[in-house]
Design a protein around this ligand. Structure first.
Ligand SMILES: Cc1cc2nc3c(=O)[nH]c(=O)nc-3n(C[C@H](O)[C@H](O)[C@H](O)COP(=O)(O)OP(=O)(O)OC[C@H]3O[C@@H](n4cnc5c(N)ncnc54)[C@H](O)[C@@H]3O)c2cc1C
Length: 495
């Protein structure tokens, strides 16, 4: 089949590779001029690194080079993905700098209208357009007056060079990983740097107590099991039963360490709630130099505060905060999250995609209900996003061959709704409209592979209980599927 893929981030590229290996033709569109999505030069802000440690942010048959730092920079991740397209022959299938404006169902195929003015017809369509792709800029009152006075408002992803902030009064809005990351390099050149944080979040030290790499705690199966899933197995039953006090103290001890390590009490930056609250989808790795900057006075955090209005005073741009403070502000950088949409899909397709709260309704985070020939990838954002995306690509490849046994449509819908209801409670609705699966990344990998009877051995999974998950443990999955499909084995339903 000829499969169209929208997006050349890690999800689109992993999908392309897997489908090519299974003998399909693919065409991958990206509006950016380079591959990599989040890591593209068009979206990288200074200070951007992965949160996941290098060895865990990998593809099963293409780990990141060992000579890269433990937390590779955005540019390094982009180069690695660029090299992936060469290694697996994806390059001739790329259409970079081409936006898909419209995707319409026509006679069982998809007709794509492209920003170049051309069209393309494909048999199947994979939407891998990224769930953290379109920045969500707040609409500030008074923005016109502020801009007329020389002020500038930018999304964090539009700040490609810290020099933009040189000698300026900079305000960074947000307290997530991106906000803290972009603050540090700006604070090194700015006249003043203020962070406007509506809500403080817990930050996990990269090295807990300066010694233990956080991957040993949170990027293991044990780390995942500290959070209660709706179906408990084996040791999880103990951890969420008699072992509950141990489990809680393991999690909350990270909070105490974080408090001590970053002197949060002295800095007045202790977030509300317990560390267990990181499950609410708000986990962030601490940015090197952030709390040090706060201590040194080069970064000022305004906690529990928002910008209520941008304006001008004496012809100079200023920001008025909810606590009455007025700050001079030449540059306002908004690291205020992303907006997720599929504007290229027509209304009659879109109506199948969402529930009444506009959560995405996707079986296994992949398959929309009631739309044939359409798949999503990357809508399973996790602690191990490349691995989740790659295993979703395997599932899509199997589904194309009719090799995924599925429940009947009613049961599928009930399962999707039950999963969303569970995530509502487990993450306090911080699941980005059903597209983020943290902290249950590996549950998703297991479910996807169990569907295909392709899960890795229990022995290796057990090894991942205490050691960080190694995506290369999954390198036999795609070849095994491809061999099975070639042998005509495992075809369980009509394609
Ligand atoms: C700052 C940041 C740090 C992160 N760090 C980690 C981490 O450490 N570990 C982790 O597991 N995850 C991390 N993530 C999550 C991250 O989203 C995934 O790791 C992964 O990069 C997402 O890949 P993707 O392919 O799904 O989406 P993206 O990388 O966003 O790629 C989607 C692509 O689709 C293109 N596109 C969109 N619409 C169209 C259209 N209509 N036509 C053509 N092209 C289109 C976009 O241009 C983009 O290039 C991070 C995310 C962010 C924002």
């Amino acid at each position: 089949m000829r499969v169209g893929i929208i997006g050349a981030g890690v999800a689109g590229l992993a999908t392309a590779k897997t489908l090519l290996q299974a003998g399909h033709d693919v065409v991958v569109f990206d509006s950016a001029p380079d591959v990599g999505g989040v890591w593209s030069r068009t979206r990288r802000y200074p200070g951007l690194t992965t949160q996941s440690a290098r060895a865990t942010y990998g593809l099963s048959d293409y780990p990141m080079p060992k000579d890269l730092p433990e937390w590779p920079t955005g540019a390094q991740v982009q180069s690695w993905l660029e090299a992936y397209t060469v290694e697996f022959g994806i390059q001739p299938h790329l259409r970079l700098g081409v936006r898909v404006e419209r995707a319409a169902r026509e006679a069982g195929r998809w007709s794509l209208t492209l920003s170049t003015g051309g069209t393309e017809t494909v048999d199947r369509l994979v939407v891998a357009n990224g769930v953290f792709s379109e920045p969500n800029l707040p609409a500030f009152d008074g923005a016109d007056e502020f801009v007329a006075a020389g002020g500038q408002v930018l999304a964090g992803t539009d700040v490609h060079d810290a020099e933009l902030g040189r000698d300026k009064q900079v305000l960074v809005v947000g307290y997530g990983k991106s906000a803290c990351d972009v603050t540090v390099p700006l604070s090194e050149v700015a006249a003043g740097t203020h962070v406007i944080a509506r809500q403080l979040l817990w930050k996990v030290p990269r090295k807990i107590a300066g010694v233990l790499n956080f991957k040993m705690l949170l990027l293991t199966r044990m780390g995942e099991a500290l959070f209660r899933y709706h179906r408990l197995r084996g040791v999880e039953k103990f951890l969420h039963g008699p072992g509950n006090p141990i489990r809680r103290s393991m999690l909350n001890s990270v909070g105490s360490v974080s408090k001590r390590q970053f002197k949060l009490k002295r800095l007045g930056l202790v977030p509300p709630g317990t560390m267990e609250g990181i499950v609410k989808g708000a986990i962030g790795l601490a940015t090197e130099g952030f709390f040090e900057g706060v201590e040194a006075g080069t970064i000022v955090v305004h906690r529990d505060t928002t910008i209520v209005r941008l304006s001008a005073r004496d012809g100079r741009p200023v920001a008025e905060l909810s606590d009455g403070t007025v700050l001079p502000a030449d540059l306002v950088v908004c690291a205020t999250g992303f907006r997720q949409g599929v504007p290229f899909l027509e209304a009659d397709v879109q109506r199948h995609l969402f529930d009444e709260r506009t959560n995405f309704l996707l079986y296994r985070q992949i398959l929309p209900l009631g739309v044939d020939g359409l798949y999503f990838n990357g809508y399973n954002s996790s602690f191990f996003s490349p691995l989740n995306a790659e295993m979703a690509a395997v599932w899509i490849t199997a589904h194309l061959a009719g090799a995924v046994p599925l429940p009947d449509p009613g049961a599928m819908r009930r399962q999707v709704e039950a999963q969303l209801a569970f995530m509502d409670v487990a993450t306090d609705r911080h699941h980005c409209r059903g597209t983020k699966i943290i902290p249950f990344s590996l549950k998703n990998v297991d479910e996807v592979l169990d569907d295909l009877d392709l899960n890795i051995s229990k022995r290796v999974r057990a090894a991942h209980w205490l050691n960080p998950v190694d995506p290369s443990a999954y390198r036999a999955v795609t070849p095994t599927l491809v061999a099975r499909l070639r042998a005509g084995d495992g075809v369980l339903q009509d394609a």
